[in-house]
Design a protein around this ligand. Sequence first.
Ligand code: FAD
Length: 310
Amino acid sequence: MISVDRADISFQLFDALPTASLSALPRFADYDRAAIDGVLDMAERVAMDHFLPHAADLDLNEPKFVDGKVVMDERVGAALAAYREAGFFGAGFDHELGGTQMPETVRSAVGFIFSMANIATVAYPFLTTAAANLIDAFGSPEQKARFLKPMVEGRFFGTMCLSEPQAGSSLADITTRAEPQEDGSYLLTGRKMWISGGDQEISENIVHMVLAKIPGSPPGVKGISLFIVPKFIVEEDGSIGPRNGVALAGLNHKMGYRGTANAALNFGEDGPCRGYLVGDPDKGLTYMFQMMNEARIGVGLGAAALGAAG
Ligand SMILES: Cc1cc2nc3c(=O)[nH]c(=O)nc-3n(C[C@H](O)[C@H](O)[C@H](O)COP(=O)(O)OP(=O)(O)OC[C@H]3O[C@@H](n4cnc5c(N)ncnc54)[C@H](O)[C@@H]3O)c2cc1C
């Protein structure tokens, strides 16, 4: 059993930081002290009831690669359904998108509580939110309608696909290619490695944010572009279409975050893999740093939460 030190969280939010005064701003008008306490109560309840009970079992029984699919403890999906039901996927996003415009400080406190309970299961929504923020910042209105909205609703999950078997720190060396097509989309070929949440059977779709090079682009990091690559094609009316050519090649084992499926993905080997350029060509790494920075803060927050959980 773990216990969340709410007095400490309140001290951080309301004494160390002026969180209660945010409700004077129009964007955060809903978040007075009582409302924030209510959000934290809800987070603690969902975390303790749905995330904590399977945390140790998930650590002992990591997701498995069976017949080309990820098989994992069914309680992960149930916990994420409860998280979705509570509205946490859309916490920081605009009302127009279906979000609840939660201040970042409060969202971090919520993330801290969930990370204490089960760092591996909450990694899926953390990645989804960061990928959604990336589309929100740099995607076209059409991309936002097609991909961002279902992510805010918690129906589609997200990933970040930077690393390749031969390129980790050295992203200048990535070899994944994106060939422009007549309809404005791109066909991707290549391999990505160490992709957290890279595949699972929980969400309706997976939106991979993928770094790749367009032929003819400048060498090194100046020639990297960012693409949305969905696991399933999303039709114009928002319905789920056929499987896209991004295939799960296998799962990686690790010492921490063991319950977060970590995948090797092949693009364009089992069939055409369609991707959609985000923003301008060759600006991909600059854009991706937004998601990387959010992930870095999330990993730091998670480490502090694990320390607090004891
Ligand atoms: C749990 C986990 C989850 C991950 N999730 C994702 C994910 O979701 N998406 C994704 O794209 N990637 C993911 N990664 C991959 C991660 O981003 C890479 O591991 C990271 O970029 C480092 O790359 P590498 O492992 O190839 O190490 P390398 O780049 O080979 O580095 C090995 C060592 O060499 C050092 N080094 C590297 N280059 C230099 C240099 N030029 N000068 C001096 N020293 C150097 C490094 O500091 C390090 O100590 C994940 C990794 C882990 C462990």
